[in-house]
Write a protein that binds this ligand. Structure first.
Ligand code: C5P
Length: 234
């Protein structure tokens, strides 16, 4: 079985990211590079993490006109990332352009196409957040609506909260990959993630990949924390 743990490198600079990545590499399946690290360290950090042989998930959550998103995706493919994100609320045409760009660019470089993951409703959004921007205020309905739109547009994966996995599994084709943050082991202190599952529970609910941030990088011993999470998956 492949290792489904994606460790979020949510640290402020390249030095800290490479130190963390080297420490935990034996126990994780991929590294996630998000807005904080990418904005500080640029595409070079993606190349340096890839150079260790590890898979990279570039989590920049693209949301723009289809042409611009397609070009951003092409740039990500040239960095040889294995997963990337966009906002499904950008619409079907934007998602279709992104998926086509991922496929076409990868083909022209002789690389496997990265998994383009759609973000539906951010876990920080609630009823009020959705209502204030004029969306369907029932977050579960909005998630299902955007998930269906993403399927129509040809995406092969979604990011979702652990508590949405079961509902999504009921409506999605089985080959769709679900990537889930909001993973907590119970050992760490409470933080801003409110709707969480343990790694094992999330896998049993049907997650394909688990994004784990603070339970690893903020642990007293990140290497041991990653090892324990992997062991807990059995
Ligand atoms: O530290 P923690 O385990 O909460 O980190 C979760 C990671 O997943 C962070 O990088 C966060 O940006 C990301 N994420 C999330 N919720 C979403 C989408 C992404 O927590 N809905």
């Amino acid at each position: 079985m492949r290792n489904p743990i994606i460790a979020a490198l949510d640290v402020p600079d390249a030095g800290a990211a490479l130190k963390l990545a080297t420490e935990i590499a034996p126990f994780v399946g991929a590294f996630k590079i998000g807005g904080e690290l990418f904005t500080a360290a640029g595409p070079d950090i993606v190349r340096r993490v890839r150079a260790t042989g590890a898979a990279v998930f570039l989590d920049l959550k693209f949301h723009d006109i289809p042409n611009t998103v397609a070009k951003a995706v092409a740039s990500a493919v040239r960095l040889d990332v294995q997963m990337l994100t966009l906002h499904t609320s950008g619409g079907a045409e934007m998602m279709r352009a992104a998926e086509k760009s991922a496929q076409d660019t990868a083909k022209s470089l002789g690389l496997p196409a990265p998994l383009v993951l759609g973000v539906t409703v951010l876990t920080s959004s609630n009823h009020e957040t959705l209502a204030e921007i004029g969306c369907e205020p029932d977050s579960e309905k909005q998630v299902l609506r955007l998930a269906q739109l993403a399927m129509k547009a040809g995406l092969r994966g979604l990011v979702c909260s652990p508590l949405e996995i079961s509902a999504l599994r009921k409506i999605l084709p089985p080959h769709i990959q679900l990537v889930t943050p909001g993973i907590r082991t119970g050992a760490e202190k409470a933080d801003d993630q409110k709707r969480t599952l343990t790694p094992r529970e999330a896998m049993q609910a049907g997650a394909s990949w688990l994004v784990v941030g603070r339970p690893i990088y903020a642990a007293a011993n990140p290497r041991l924390a990653a090892e324990k999470i992997l062991e807990s998956l059995g």
